[in-house]
Design a protein. Structure first.
Length: 525
C-alpha cells in the first residue's frame, strides 16, 4: 500500500489505484470528463492533467497509478493554466444551449468553466461548427451532437458493459461526432445508463426531457423494487411527485448501473388506479370511511371468527413485494394474534418476464428472500385451494392480486363464496374491486422499509414522499391491526419494527438500520 502526497496531504491507498481515486480519499476532486470508474480508461479529454514531482510533463491522473513517495500537485498555476486551455478547446464549437439544456445544473462543462476558465469565447457563435440536434437514437435516448465533447463514455459503456456496440465516433477533426452505426438504434435494456454517465447535455432522457430543472429536485437514496436484484437508486422528486430514478453506486449489487425497466417503474407508483381512500362495502355499494374505522371493522370481524368460530377459517396472503417490516408484522399477526389462521407468502412473476445474466432478474418481487427468511415460503397453493374449497370464510390479502394467481374467473367465483375479503394495497386491481374492506397503503417511496434481494442482502428504502390522501404506511396499518386484534403496543416507527424483528428472527440477528446503511448488509444464516 503506497503512501503519497497530494497537495501537501499524505495518504496511504491500495496498490493499483489511479490518482483520481487516491485524491478522492482526501476529499480532493481532480476534474475529468472521459474517466469513469466502471469503464476502461480512454484518457482523451485531458482535463485531469496534474503535476508530478520529478516528471517534466504534466500527466493524466486517470491513467497514472499511485507509487510510493509520489508528490502530486493538482492546483498549481501550471495545472490551472492547462485546464483553462483544455476547457477553451472543448468549448470552441459548443452551442450556447444552457438555458434550454436538460443537463443544466448537473453539467461538468458549466461547473469546470466556473472553476477554471471564465473567459469569453474567441470564436463567434455564427462561426461554430454545426452538427445534428435532437436526434432520436433509441426508445429512451435523444442525441445532440453539437453538445458532445467526445469523451466516449457512451461508446465504451455499449462496448464493454452491454456489449451491443450501437454507437461510434465518426468523421475527423472538429467534425468528429458520436452517432449510431447503420441500421442500429440504442434500444438495449440498459440504454438509460448512457444518459447518466454523459457529463454534458449530448445525451438526454426522453422520459425526463424538459420536465424539471434538476436544481429544484430533492434526492432520496433508496432501492429499485422492480425485481429481486434490488438496484441501489436515488429517487429524484419534488412536491409529492417522482420525476426520475437514477442508479446509485453499490459494488455489491449493481455497481453504477440499472435497467430501463426499473428506471421507468416509478410511473407505476403514480397511476390512475392509485388507492387513496379507505372503503367499506355496505349493501353491495362502496362507502368511503376513515382508515381508523376500516381497520376497526377488519379487527372486529377477525376477532369474532377467532373467538366464536374457527381461526382455521381465516386465510392470509402477503406478497413478496412487501417490505421485511410488513412481512414480519403480518406473520406475527396471523401466527400469534390469530393462531390457527392459514398463512402463506406469494412471489408471483409473469411467466414471460424478461431476465438476463446481468441485473434483470426473472423474479419480479423485491423481497422473495425476505419472505423465505421469515419461514413463510412463497407457495400459496394450500391457502388458495382452501379458499376454492370454501373452508376459508375470511381472507386478508396484502399487496396481492388473486386474479394474477388464478385468473379473474376464479376470483369472481371465490369472491361470491367468501364471507369477508380484505385488501390492503396501493392500487386498484380485480381483487380490490371485489373486496369488502379496502385499506390504502404507501408505496415504497412513501415509507421506510427494508428488502432482502436475491443475494440475501438487506437494503433500506428511505421515505421520499409523504403518503397522499388517506394513505397510511403499511407497517403502521398492520401494527394498528395487531393492537386491536391481539393487544400489541403500537409501534412508533418502521425502525422500531425492524429492531423487534431482528431480535426475534435469527436470520436478521445483529442487523439494524445503522449497520444496513446506504449499501446494505448480508442476511445471516
Amino acid at each position: 500500500m503506497p503512501t503519497l502526497e497530494i497537495d501537501g496531504k499524505s495518504v496511504t491507498v491500495a496498490d493499483g489505484l489511479n490518482l483520481i481515486q487516491a485524491a478522492e480519499q482526501l476529499g480532493i476532486e481532480i476534474p475529468h470528463y472521459c474517466y469513469h470508474p466502471g469503464l476502461t480508461v480512454a484518457g482523451n479529454c485531458r482535463m485531469c492533467l496534474v503535476e508530478i514531482e520529478k516528471m517534466p510533463k504534466l500527466q493524466i491522473a486517470c491513467n497514472t497509478r499511485v507509487a510510493e513517495g509520489m508528490v502530486v500537485r493538482t492546483q498549481s498555476d501550471r495545472v490551472k493554466h492547462v485546464r483553462a486551455s483544455v476547457l477553451e478547446f472543448l468549448l470552441l464549437n459548443h452551442p450556447i444551449d444552457c438555458p434550454i439544456c436538460d443537463q443544466a445544473g448537473e453539467c461538468k462543462l458549466q461547473d469546470y468553466y466556473m472553476d477554471y476558465d471564465r473567459q469569453a469565447s474567441r470564436v463567434p457563435v455564427e462561426e461554430k461548427v454545426h452538427k445534428g440536434k435532437a436526434i432520436d437514437i433509441g426508445n429512451l435516448v435523444m442525441l445532440d451532437q453539437e453538445r458532445c465533447i467526445l469523451c466516449t463514455r457512451c461508446v465504451r459503456f455499449l462496448d464493454e458493459v452491454t456489449k451491443t456496440s450501437e454507437l461510434g465516433v465518426f468523421q475527423r477533426g472538429d467534425h468528429c461526432q458520436i452517432d449510431t452505426f447503420p441500421e442500429k438504434r440504442v434500444d438495449n435494456p440498459y440504454s438509460g445508463n448512457i444518459v447518466d454517465i454523459c457529463p454534458v447535455g449530448a445525451l438526454t432522457n426522453k422520459d425526463f426531457r424538459f420536465k424539471a430543472r434538476v436544481w429544484y429536485l430533492d434526492h432520496t437514496p433508496s432501492i429499485c423494487t422492480r425485481c429481486a436484484t434490488g438496484c441501489n437508486i436515488d429517487v429524484h422528486h419534488r412536491r409529492g411527485q417522482v420525476f426520475r430514478y437514477r442508479p446509485r453506486e453499490n459494488d455489491a449489487v449493481n455497481r453504477y448501473w440499472m435497467c430501463d425497466e426499473g428506471r421507468l417503474s416509478y410511473k407505476q407508483l403514480q397511476g390512475e388506479r392509485r388507492l387513496l381512500r379507505a372503503m367499506v362495502r355496505q349493501a353491495n355499494q362502496w362507502v368511503a370511511t376513515t382508515p381508523d374505522a376500516a381497520i376497526d371493522t377488519v379487527a372486529a370481524r377477525l376477532r369474532v371468527i377467532r373467538d366464536h368460530h374457527d381461526p382455521h377459517q381465516i386465510g392470509a396472503l402477503i406478497s413478496a413485494r412487501a417490505s421485511n417490516e410488513e412481512v414480519y408484522l403480518f406473520a406475527r399477526l396471523f401466527r400469534d394474534g390469530l393462531r390457527g389462521a392459514q398463512l402463506a407468502g406469494v412471489s408471483w412473476s409473469p411467466a414471460d418476464a424478461y431476465h438476463d445474466a446481468f441485473l434483470i432478474d426473472g423474479d419480479r418481487n423485491p423481497n422473495t428472500s425476505g419472505v423465505h427468511a421469515f419461514g413463510l415460503g412463497t407457495d400459496a397453493t394450500a391457502v388458495l385451494d382452501a379458499v376454492d374449497a370454501g373452508s376459508i370464510k375470511a381472507l386478508v390479502v396484502y399487496r396481492t392480486d388473486l386474479a394474477a394467481l388464478r385468473g379473474e374467473a376464479w376470483l369472481d367465483r371465490v369472491a361470491e363464496q367468501l364471507e369477508f375479503l380484505v385488501v390492503i394495497d396501493t392500487d386498484g386491481h380485480p381483487t380490490a374491486e371485489a373486496a369488502d374492506v379496502l385499506l390504502p397503503i404507501a408505496t415504497h417511496v412513501e415509507t421506510v422499509g427494508t428488502f432482502t434481494n436475491r443475494q440475501r442482502r438487506v437494503q433500506l428504502a428511505r421515505q421520499a414522499l409523504i403518503p397522499p390522501g388517506q394513505v397510511q404506511e403499511g407497517w403502521l396499518v398492520l401494527s394498528d391491526l395487531g393492537r386491536r386484534v391481539a393487544g400489541w403496543e403500537l409501534h412508533p416507527s418502521a425502525e422500531a419494527v425492524f429492531r423487534e424483528l431482528s431480535a426475534h428472527t435469527p436470520a436478521f440477528a445483529g442487523l439494524d438500520y445503522g449497520t444496513i446503511g446506504l449499501h446494505g448488509a448480508e442476511l445471516g444464516a
